[in-house]
Design a binder for this molecule. Structure first.
Ligand SMILES: [Zn+2]
Length: 227
């Protein structure tokens, strides 16, 4: 029984972390967001909604500067103030911004946003359990190995989520008549922004796979759908 205590503790820790992260995220988002009311964008999100047989798709503005879009565990879609400013200044088109909304909708529809929160707390638990077990046999390096293994696993999981969300967005944008081009041009714009700022990637790109590979994956989909 004593042998399993670290694992049991890790599971309890994961559960507590999960509840806490969901609560903290919701509280932060509630406090710093308002529903987006932009007629130009609404025309586009209404087209996405019609393709999904929904009355409308509410989108919220999250009052932070980094260029980012996110899907909350409760299914709400957020665009940061920084991203919205790029639209207002004309650097990003409405179609391009709606491709971000479609991508985040993909994370919600495919259950990623909820799972990611579980992943995050699960990761902490796995790391803790590995550290306890490995640390006992391999002093010092055990902790390092535990960290590396957990990060590798997490990176692999999130990469596949991104490709799935891109594919979902591509299908939705095609069905809505907006098309895949804005999705690809946005990737290129954000990539150019990264070059200008000497490797300082916008947050939305940082958590995502390489731009070239994402565009390539989209072009493969396009070729298949057009055939
Ligand atoms: Zn994503």
């Amino acid at each position: 029984m004593l042998k399993f205590t670290p694992i049991l503790l890790a599971i309890l820790y994961a559960l507590a972390m999960y509840r806490f992260s969901v609560w903290r995220t919701a509280r932060e988002l509630d406090a710093r967001s308002t529903e987006l009311a932009d007629p130009r964008l609404k025309r586009l999100t209404d087209r996405l909604a019609a393709s999904l047989d929904l009355a409308r798709i509410p989108v919220y503005i999250y009052e932070i500067d980094p260029v980012n879009g996110l899907a909350a565990p409760d299914g709400r879609i957020f665009i940061t103030r920084g991203f919205y400013r790029k639209f207002q200044s004309g650097e990003v088109t409405g179609e391009e911004l709606s491709s971000v909304i479609a991508h985040e909708l993909g994370h919600v529809a495919l259950g990623h946003s909820r799972r990611r929160m579980i992943d995050f707390s699960g990761q902490n638990a796995l790391r803790t359990a590995l550290m306890m077990v490995l640390g006992r046999f391999i002093p010092f390096f055990g902790i390092w190995i535990a960290n590396m293994l957990t990060s590798l696993l997490a990176a692999g999981l999130s990469r596949s989520d991104e490709y799935e969300a891109d594919a979902y967005a591509a299908a939705l944008l095609t069905k809505s008549g907006i098309g895949i081009d804005p999705q690809k041009s946005l990737f290129r714009k954000l990539d150019a922004l990264t070059q200008q700022r000497a490797g300082m990637a916008p947050a939305w790109l940082m958590s995502h796979p390489k731009t070239d590979q994402r565009i390539e994956a989209l072009e493969k989909l396009e070729a298949r759908w057009q055939a």
